[in-house]
Design a protein around this ligand. Structure first.
Ligand SMILES: [Zn+2]
Length: 87
């Protein structure tokens, strides 16, 4: 499934930097795709060092939203690809 709507940019909710390579994005599953909680995106660095426990990738519960899934997304030319999904 794809992100719907597809964000053109993401900003990390922890450090405020734009997510230029890969990051974590909580989302809710819909028929059309994953509806992302854009305000709760986390960059890869903060995901490991601030949100996840001691250098581990974050779990959905660590992000603290009531979304269904935590997506690991990678920047592409036009938007973001969903690389993996955690429930
Ligand atoms: Zn960050």
């Amino acid at each position: 499934m794809r992100l719907d709507p597809m964000p053109t940019s993401l900003t990390c909710s922890v450090c405020g930097a734009s997510v230029d390579d890969a990051g974590y994005l909580p989302a809710t599953e819909r028929d059309a795709g994953y509806r992302p909680s854009l305000d709760d995106a986390v960059c890869g660095t903060c995901g490991f060092n601030e949100v996840g426990m001691m250098g581990c990738a974050p779990e959905l519960a660590d992000v603290g939203t009531d979304d269904d899934v935590l997506l690991y997304v990678e920047r592409t030319g036009a938007g973001f690809d969903v690389v993996s999904v955690k429930r």
